[in-house]
Ligand binder design. Sequence first.
Ligand code: PXL
Length: 280
Amino acid sequence: MSDPRILTIQDISCVGQCSLTVALPILSACGVETAILPSAVLSTHTAGFTGYTFRDLTEDMPKIAAHWQKEGIAFDAFYTGYLGSAQQIQYVEDIFRTLGRGQGLKIVDPAMADNGKLYPGFDQAFVEEMKKLCFGADIILPNITEACLVTDTPYQETYDQAYVQALLDALTARGAKTVVLTGVSYQEGRTGVVVYENGKQAYYEHRRISKGCHGTGDVYAAAFTGAMVRGLSTYDAARVAADYTVLCIEKTVGDPDHWYGVKFEKAIPDLLRMLEEAAG
Ligand code: PXL
């Protein structure tokens, strides 16, 4: 049997350590063959920089997919991150339908919002399309804000376990299969992820170094995907990805000039060690 090959679909932010510039190196480091479909090319990400360029690649997406189909190229898993428009989400849905092989595991990070707010440029039409992508996926990785948006739940800055349970119930009632809900924090200095799968859920809590570093959602999702494709359980993949993300933040916070992303490269040896340990 050939090694697993995955496809990740998200933008290239040339500078800023997010989306493809973190997904590809992390997945490669995990030893996973990764094809890319860039949804757009930006000079930087949109969170903190101004005046960035944005080359929309929507039109190229179905052409690239059609070429792959003609060549008989297919993927064992898909991982989507930041997408630029509702139209792009529809193309991703087509790709999920036509380019899977075997199980064709669909991992969707609905990267569109944080801290109660949509990222610049997104609107309700985008959210509506993202709901369809999430509820057709095998695994979704929303943060609390994104989970609220796809379930039409009012966002609360402070919350308790009952609120998180209601969010998970709303996600599964709408068709979510496996859910890794990120950034779930019940006490100062601590945060974690809730993993829901097959009717069971578990919470992995860990230290919280600082509030909202840019790009950590992408670092987390890429490490999670790499760990899943290497055969870890969903919980172990969620745990290793969380520990790796914390290390990346720790390696960054002492450097105030490095506000735009995290130094994920410096913790790659730790990620590889944790993956080996989790595999036993
Ligand atoms: O990290 C998510 C992300 C990805 N790509 C672009 C972004 C952001 C977050 O703001 O702006 C272009």
